[in-house]
Design a protein around this ligand. Structure first.
Ligand code: BGC
Length: 734
């Protein structure tokens, strides 16, 4: 029926088609698949080839940015004759990035890090944050945002964890999916990346992430699956690394079998920049577009692909499928009918407020001895130490780097070349704390002179030490220690003043050998455009720090599946070992990532997944379960039994007591704000895949019959109540 409509419309040019929108595209009222098929029909072989490969759009290898490119990460030439727009691609998930200074002086609103967003456990807020960065991308003329980092945090030393959403597939899937939904609400294309198992930067260009395929489906792939279902990104970016020996961008299992067959993904797969290694193999394995081709050894999807198609090594139908997918994404997103144009208005003030809301809700209060926080208003002298807290807050480095509105707060820090420089966002905690502190004297010292720091701290009513860990793309941290003598500084200051509060600006977990000496600790991650204000408001109790850890904080590296990132201890850059094609990481822990690993091995972390204190106290009662076939929902009463208004995130986990191989799994959570004495009942419906195992022989999910238990509590390490339920055998589509 649809085909008949197409033919009719194609044969009769529509009257009044807007200029620049040739009739081959058909009208916006028709489904994107129909429009894509029609546009494809009108294309020559050369035009098809043109759409499946793109350029680097920042100055690279001595070459200027390509003609027609706005200038950012990438550019794919359009087909003017048919009204097909160029793809103007910009990073990234934490704001519109410009790390290579392709447009000198360009600025954008930096969101807090991905872990901060995930720590909110708040999909609505994540969507709002995504909508904000998508609006900036559109106003700057970009129609593709290279966002949606959904890699699971398998190793807390991974240099890019700050771009991702933690270690749990449900949480990461929900948060990243919501962010993508927000981005694409601006009628632009978002990616989801880096598909898949790109869980470390060390050796990333050559590394094979080896894992049992069933375990992959229950962990990293499930995070992508959930995020894709919820966010419906029009593009998927395949990763640098190999998965079970085959490069991600020529991995038939990942691209053809899982993504396109099992998940029926209708969008296109674009490569990461420098992640393509072949023409035929990549095309036949499911890659649809080569990105930033100057970074690959060869232009695999240019004349080489044309030749392969002409020789029949790559069927024309496969090339058509590649192009059709890209066109479909263009029509479905809205970039053809409503193209973004540079120079749009950006409401930076309200965008900064969005960033502040995320930062405030994503702060995690890790320790609060005897209610040391919130700080009282009438203090006389507050001392702030370290991490340029007089000027700004830290952000993470690499392709996601946003050059913030207001400029870089502390110039000339860190590496001159990518992934540097180290960027502090201009939101000084000093200014914000001084504003909150009433008439108190607020002193700041940098903290590089230990004895002076101790001297100044002595006798103050409160000491706030800011600690930092700069993480960046291309580098993993060799270990979880704070650098530059910060552990010694914190220990010495805390020993000298019992009112010492530590604020961490880190890319992820760090060791805390000084923990017991401190009065309080707040994990502020990289808190973004208004991080200073968010931290100050939490310290003084204007907001309840309601974040919960989306990643386990180990005591030290010996508790991890691998005590070192590489057996030789040489955690390092992505390209350092690109000569060695044999590098592999064996994920023998399978799907038991993060808290599941700690649970299985009986290890007690420093802070468990889901952990976070509040300025008030909550109580849980009346956990009930309703189960019918694979449909299971759980309900719980949550009551604020403290003296302040506060927000709680009660969590639900499942276990299968009769099956020792079944891991503990987060199956849902609530997020409630309650006044003192207020109680609310919450209900969560469980995604049945979280009750199942992936059966690689049958190729689907199987729920085993038997008894299961639901555990409710404040975090993965504190599950105080339990309810049981029985399930019959049940199978679910992959
Ligand atoms: C990163 C991607 C990024 C791309 C373009 C790569 O180095 O891995 O996340 O989108 O560059 O900047």
């Amino acid at each position: 029926m649809i085909l008949i409509v197409v033919t009719v419309v194609m044969m009769q040019p529509r009257a009044g088609a807007p200029y620049g929108q040739p009739d081959v595209q058909l009208g916006p009222a028709l489904p994107p698949d129909v429009r894509a098929a029609s546009a494809l029909e009108a294309m020559t072989l050369d035009e098809k080839i043109q759409l499946v490969h793109g350029h680097v759009a920042f100055p690279f290898g001595g070459k200027p940015i390509p003609d027609g490119a706005i200038g950012s990460a990438g550019y794919v030439q359009g087909i003017a004759r048919l009204g097909i727009p160029a793809l103007q691609e910009s990073d990234a998930g934490l704001g519109v990035a410009n790390p290579h200074n392709a447009r000198p002086g360009d600025e954008a609103t930096p969101l807090p890090s991905g872990l901060a967003i995930a720590a909110t456990f708040d999909a609505e807020l994540a969507q709002h944050a995504g909508a904000m960065i998508g609006a900036e991308a559109r106003a700057k003329g970009f129609n593709v945002l290279l966002a949606g980092g959904a890699n699971l945090a398998r190793d807390p030393r991974n240099g890019r964890n700050f771009e991702y959403a933690g270690e749990d597939p449900l949480l990461a899937g929900v948060i990243v999916g919501a962010t993508i939904r927000g981005i694409q609400s601006n009628r632009i294309i978002s990616t989801i990346k880096h598909y898949a198992l790109n869980a470390q930067e060390t050796d990333r260009q050559v590394l094979s992430a080896n894992i049992n395929p069933g375990a992959a489906r229950e962990s990293d792939l499930l995070a992508f699956q959930i995020a894709i279902e919820r966010g419906r990104p029009h593009a998927v970016m395949c990763a640098y690394n190999r998965v079970n020996a085959a490069f991600s961008c020529e991995n038939g299992f990942l691209l053809n079998e899982v993504l396109k067959r099992d998940w029926a993904y209708p969008g296109y797969v674009m490569s990461d920049w420098g992640a393509v290694h072949s023409t035929e193999k990549a095309a036949l394995s499911g890659l649809d577009q080569q990105s930033g081709e100057e970074m690959d050894a060869q232009v695999y999807f240019g004349s080489a692909l044309k030749e392969a198609v002409e020789k029949g090594d790559v069927p024309l139908e496969r090339l058509n499928d590649m192009v059709r997918r890209i066109l479909r994404a263009m029509f479905a997103s809205g970039i053809v009918d409503d193209p973004p144009k540079p120079g749009g208005f950006i409401d930076y003030r309200s965008h900064a407020e969005t960033a502040q809301a995320v930062a405030g809700q994503g702060l995690v209060l890790l320790r609060n001895r005897n209610g040391a926080l919130p700080l009282a208003k009438g203090l006389r002298r507050i001392v702030m130490i370290g991490s340029h807290a007089d000027k700004g807050v830290l952000s993470g480095g690499g392709s996601s780097q946003v050059i913030p509105v207001g400029g870089i707060a502390v110039p000339n820090l860190g590496p001159r070349d990518f992934p540097g420089p180290i960027v502090y966002d201009p939101s000084p905690p000093l200014r914000a704390i001084a504003a909150e502190a009433g008439g108190a004297q607020v002193d700041y010292i940098e903290g590089d002179d230990l004895s002076r720091a101790v001297e100044v701290a002595r006798g103050a009513d409160a000491v706030i030490v800011f600690a930092h860990q700069w993480m960046a793309e291309m580098y993993d941290a060799p270990d979880l220690a704070l650098k530059d003598g910060q552990d010694r500084l914190i220990a010495a200051v805390a020993a000298a003043n019992e009112h010492t509060v530590v604020v961490l600006e880190t890319g992820g977990p760090v060791r805390m050998p000084w923990l017991s000496l401190t009065a309080a600790v707040i994990e502020a991650w990289y808190p973004g455009a208004r991080g200073g204000e968010a931290i100050a408001r939490a310290l003084f109790g204007e907001v309840d720090p309601s974040g919960r850890l989306p990643i386990t904080f180990p005591v030290d590296e010996s508790q991890l599946p691998r005590s070192k990132i590489r057996p030789d201890g040489n955690a390092g850059s992505s390209s350092a070992s690109a000569v060695d094609g044999q590098q592999a990481v064996n994920y023998f822990e399978g799907a038991d990532v993060g808290y599941k690993w700690f649970d299985k091995t009986g290890r007690s972390p420093l802070f468990p997944f889901g952990f976070g204190l509040s300025y008030t106290t909550f109580d849980y009662k009346n956990l009930t379960v309703t189960a019918s076939e694979a449909s299971v929902s759980v309900s719980l009463d949550v009551k604020n039994v403290g003296a302040r208004r506060g927000t709680d995130i009660p969590q639900f986990y499942v276990r299968c007591p009769d099956d020792a191989t079944f891991p503990i799994r987060l199956v849902g959570w609530g997020r409630v704000q309650l006044d003192p004495g207020e109680m609310r009942r919450m209900t969560v419906t469980i995604d049945p895949r979280l009750l199942a195992r992936f059966d690689t022989t049958a190729g689907d999910w199987a729920i085993a019959p038997g008894r299961y238990t639901i555990h409710a509590g404040a975090n993965a390490g504190n599950l105080s109540i339990l309810a049981e339920f029985d399930l019959a055998a049940f199978r679910l589509k992959p």
